[in-house]
Design a protein around this ligand. Structure first.
Ligand code: C5P
Length: 222
């Protein structure tokens, strides 16, 4: 295969949802299909990158040439991402990591009690991307922001708050985003924004990898 634009570059991608177990039969999850992150991993590998994909619970085939590590919960994803992040050149965080998990996982199935409601106590999960951003030798960081409203404004705030190099923002719902084949992204960096119109996630991933590579190369020249 001809050398690609990412030959020799180590790319770490997180993808999919996280599942937070409540008891042996129940969990808290979200609607992320993992398709955007898997497409990014595939596009990076096709460009010659050494790709590690930390995948939440999804039923998707592993893209060719990609090293895949399966995880279930946010804590597991945190552990695997931190282990790989120190030796990564680029980290694309496309996973939809649950913000909270149950304080404790019940050993046995929780039984219905009386006729009233029930309260589940939750605790916050680690912010994986923010922790990678705080590493002394941090990779080039690309985050995703899935929003249902004020997409660009929320994404800009996240870019600054999480100290990212780039963020890919998308509106979820209406046939785009979660559980959909197509997506549309607005790429935002400190110095500007670019809109990538509706396309398949594979096409979008190819464009995204081109933009990331250009900025990553520029950052290495600085
Ligand atoms: O959840 P939020 O919209 O803030 O996620 C934005 C970005 O942060 C995404 O790239 C996501 O993968 C990442 N993230 C993370 N760890 C979390 C929450 C989000 O890495 N606990």
């Amino acid at each position: 295969r001809a050398p690609g634009i990412l030959t020799g570059v180590r790319v770490l991608v997180s993808a999919g949802p996280t599942f937070e177990d409540i008891d042996p039969v129940r969990f808290l999850g979200n609607r992320s299909s993992g398709r955007m992150g898997f497409a990014v991993a595939e596009a990076a590998a096709r460009q010659g990158a050494q790709v590690t994909l930390v995948a939440g619970p999804v039923h998707l085939p592993t893209p060719a040439g990609v090293r895949r590590i399966n995880v279930r919960s946010a804590c597991e994803m945190h552990r695997e991402v931190m282990a790989a992040a120190a030796s990564a050149d680029i980290f694309v965080a496309a996973a939809a990591v649950g913000d909270y998990r149950p304080v404790a996982v019940a050993e046995h199935k929780i039984k219905k009690q009386g006729d009233g409601g029930m309260t589940l106590c939750l605790t916050q999960n680690p912010d994986i991307l923010a922790e990678v951003a705080a590493l002394p030798r941090r990779p080039f960081l690309v985050g995703f922001a899935a929003e249902t409203q004020d997409v660009e404004a929320h994404a800009r705030l996240k870019l600054e708050k999480k100290r990212l190099d780039m963020i890919a923002a998308n509106r979820v719902g209406g046939g785009l985003g979660f559980e959909a084949d197509d997506n549309a992204l607005t790429l935002i960096a400190a110095d500007g924004a670019e809109h990538l119109p509706t396309a398949s996630k594979r096409e979008l991933a190819r464009s995204l990898i081109e933009r990331i590579t250009a900025r990553f190369n520029a950052s290495r020249r600085d």
